[in-house]
Structures are given as C-alpha cells and as structure tokens.
Design a protein around this ligand. Structure first.
Ligand code: SDX
Length: 390
C-alpha cells in the first residue's frame, strides 16, 4: 500500500511485533502515585520474584504457561544434565585474550556453540526444545569458564547436585555458595529474564526472522546487550560509584558532569518505558542488596548510590528520569564477589530465557524484518576518475 509513516528515531512508539510474552507499563495506584508494572505471561514480576525460580520462569516465558511439577522436574533435570561444555569450546576460549571483555567472549562462544549442532529447517519443535535446553544450560558454564581460564585456572565441571543459580556461582567462584547468596542470584536471574521489545530482544527477533539458527540468534542478542546504553550500564554504574568515591563528592560530581555536558547521561538512570517512575526491578534489587548487606556486611558504595539517587532526583526527576534495572544490580553482584565486568554477562544469562521465548514467538508467525529508510543522499552523480578528485 501507500504507507508513509513518519520517521521515529529509535523506533520509539512503533510496534515491532505482536507478543504475549511480557508487558511493561505505568499504572496509577489507589493512593494516586504512579508505578512501573512488569508482567511475564501476565504474572506480576513481584510474585515471580517471591515464589518462582529461574528455571520455572524460563519455562513460563518460553512455553507460555507455568509447568506442572513433573514438567518442571523434567525441564530442570534436562537443563542440569546439559551444563557441561565441549573441550573444544574450552580450548577455543583459552585462546581468547585474558584482557578481553567477557561479553565479547560470551558472544563468540555462543556463536561457536552452533558449530557443534546440526541445523534444522525452521520451525521445528524438537529442535527448538533441544536448543532451548542447550542454551539455558551452557551459557552460564561459558561465562564461568572464561572467568576461571582468564585467571589461568582450569574451568570446573558443573555440579549435578546444585540448582541453576547455585551451580553458576559454584562454577564462577570454585566454592559452594551460601544458600542465601544462591537464592538472591536466582531472584536476580528472574528479574532480568525478559523485558518486551528492548534493543537486544529486537536484535534477536530480527536475526530469528531470517531463520538463522538459535545460537546465532542468541549471539546477536548478546552483542546488542553489551553496549553501555543497554545491559552494559550495570558495569558502568559501579565504575561511576567508584569514581565518585564518597557521599560528600556526589553533588560536586553531578554538577561537574552537567557543566561539561548538559546532556550528560548518568548510567543506570532513564528508561524508554518507565518515564517518571522508578523501574520496579530496581526496587526489588535494592531490597536484595540490603538483605545481603545485613547478612554479609555493609558496602559503603551503597551510601554513595543512595545519595546519587537523591541528588539526581532533583536534577532529572522533573524530566521523568529515575533509576533503572542496572542501577542497583551491580551492588548485589559486588557483594557476591562477582567482578564488575561480569555484571553484563550475568544479565545475559538471565535474558537468554526471554530471547528464546521471542525466537519461538517470532517463528510462530514469521515475516522477515525489512523496514525502509528515508534516503537523504543525491542521485545520478558522475563517477569521477581518481586523478580528478581533490
Ligand atoms: C536497560 O529497553 C529496555 O527495556 C532495556 C532494559 C531491559 O531490561 O531490557 O530495561 C535494560 O537497557 C536499562 C537501561 C540501561 N542504560 C542506562 O542506564 C544508560 C543511561 N540511560 C540513557 O541512555 C537512556 O535513559 C536510555 C538509553 C535507557 C533510554 O533512552 P531513550 O528512551 O532514547 O531516552 P533519551 O536518551 O531520548 O532521553 C530522553 C531525555 C533526553 O533529554 P532531552 O533530549 O529530551 O532534553 O532524557 C534525558 C536525555 O538526555 N536522559 C538522561 C538520561 N536518560 C535520559 N539524562 C541524564 N542521564 C540519563 N541517564
């Protein structure tokens, strides 16, 4: 047809798919306050954080409903038994520079996984299930393996007796985690599992729409998540808190940033959807951070973070800019002893569930993504011989 929609930078407000996987929005409470809403398959994130576990949440997102006990047991057992990675994947990762960023290592490893499994014409339900199991099982192992191997250690094998989150922490730290820490990690994974049409999910769906294999779909999405405007912000937040250093330095730091650039982007603040409200995930993550501080000791960076939130509410609050998911997650991971450059890979481990749900959904009613552009160049220019150019 003669469709000439107006150009929307960042595709703001443009629907890119019909989806029943998750919902984000803003609602007014009975007391008249505005709050952010996030639901996975119509279930509020708060209920899932309180009562579900990551594997169950992944099942819910990917297959569209909560599993029965038997289904959950089978799904978990299957994932747990596929957590090892091939020697050749480890050998490949050993060749990566230890100074390289773990997100780059993860993107390369996710793509390499696909080399080992034969491709199928898509869609194919059995193949999809296999890929879902393998990706959910092996991505955490690859993150942990790179962490140990870049320190010159051997990767440890997954432990069959440990659940998803506990085993990941075990593989990362080489010791069995405190059950409270493992539980908090599990909730973090639930909170990061899915978030509608964000940049990495859109990337996954675009790649999926070409009928590329699922390992390639995940590799595309990992690459898109890595940037500091998206998942990479959680690492940047901790670097910023470190740079600020003390509560007293918060206001001078903010003023200095805004003086040098009135549009300075403070990491961990702002969101395309949660305008004027704090990200509901940030509130739960803040609670989790406080729980860890009570149990395992305080983190003075938290005082800096609280003060920065207060000061930025003055400066940015009136424009609707509040903390997002990436603001407090790093403080949680830091208390667990996870290095800052693994924060975004942890986000990726969780988001694999959402990306896979979108991969499936895309293939259910696929049409290749092929938008248009607004051409701003000229036409029919002469080709000038190289010697005639200035
Ligand atoms: C994630 O999309 C998702 O759902 C993503 C995510 C998920 O779960 O998948 O929630 C995960 O990516 C969280 C966001 C992590 N990124 C950051 O924390 C980086 C800092 N944030 C910003 O760059 C920004 O807020 C974005 C990228 C999150 C959102 O970008 P938008 O929607 O394009 O908003 P914008 O940049 O156009 O900002 C609108 C206005 C601008 O001012 P004006 O030009 O209108 O005067 O708000 C200002 C911006 O300058 N602004 C900020 C700011 N964020 C927006 N000013 C200062 N600090 C900020 N952080």
């Amino acid at each position: 047809g003669d469709l000439k929609p107006e150009y929307r930078p960042g595709l703001e407000g443009v629907p890119a798919a019909k989806s029943s996987i998750s919902y984000v929005g803003i609602q007014t409470t009975e007391s008249g306050n505005k709050e952010g809403v996030l639901e996975y398959r119509s279930i509020p994130i708060q209920s899932l954080a309180a009562s579900s576990n990551f594997v169950e949440t992944a099942f819910l997102l990917i297959w569209g409903r909560l599993p029965t006990q038997t289904e959950l047991t089978n799904f978990s057992t299957e994932i747990y038994s596929h957590r090892r990675i091939k020697y050749r994947i480890k050998d490949m990762m050993k060749c990566f520079p230890e100074t390289g960023h773990p997100m780059d290592a993860l993107q390369a490893s996710a793509a390499a996984l696909g080399l080992f499994y034969s491709r199928h014409a898509l869609p194919n339900q059995d193949y999809a299930r296999q890929a879902v199991i393998r990706l959910l099982a092996k991505i955490p192992t690859m993150v942990a393996a790179f962490q140990l191997m870049r320190k010159g250690n051997d990767a440890v094998l997954p432990r069959d007796d440990l659940d998803y989150a506990a085993n990941f922490l075990y593989m990362l730290t080489e010791k069995e985690p405190d059950p409270i820490v493992a539980k908090v990690m599990d909730v973090c994974l639930i909170l990061h599992a899915e978030h509608t049409m964000n940049a990495s999910t859109f990337s996954a769906r675009v790649t999926a729409s070409t009928l590329a294999d699922p390992y390639t779909v995940i590799a595309s999405a990992v690459g898109t998540l890595a940037g500091p405007l998206h998942g990479g912000a959680n690492e940047e937040v901790i670097l910023m808190l470190k740079q600020i250093g003390t509560v007293a330095n918060v206001r001078p730091y903010v003023e200095q940033c805004l003086e040098s650039d009135p549009k300075y982007k403070f990491m961990g603040f702002g969101h395309r959807v949660y305008k004027g409200v704090k990200d509901p995930r940030a509130m739960i993550l803040q609670d989790l951070a406080e729980q860890l501080f009570q149990k395992f000791g305080y983190d003075p960076y938290y005082d800096v973070a609280l003060e920065l939130e207060r000061v930025l509410e003055e400066y940015l609050g009136p424009r609707g800019i509040y903390p997002n998911v990436d603001y407090y997650s790093g403080l949680v991971y830091r208390k667990m002893g996870i290095p800052a450059d693994l924060f975004t890979p942890v986000f990726a481990i969780a988001r694999v569930a959402g990306w896979l749900a979108h991969w499936n959904e895309q293939l259910e009613a696929n049409r290749i993504y092929r938008p248009t552009q607004i051409y701003t160049g000229e036409h029919q220019q002469p080709y000038m011989a190289i010697g005639d150019r200035e």
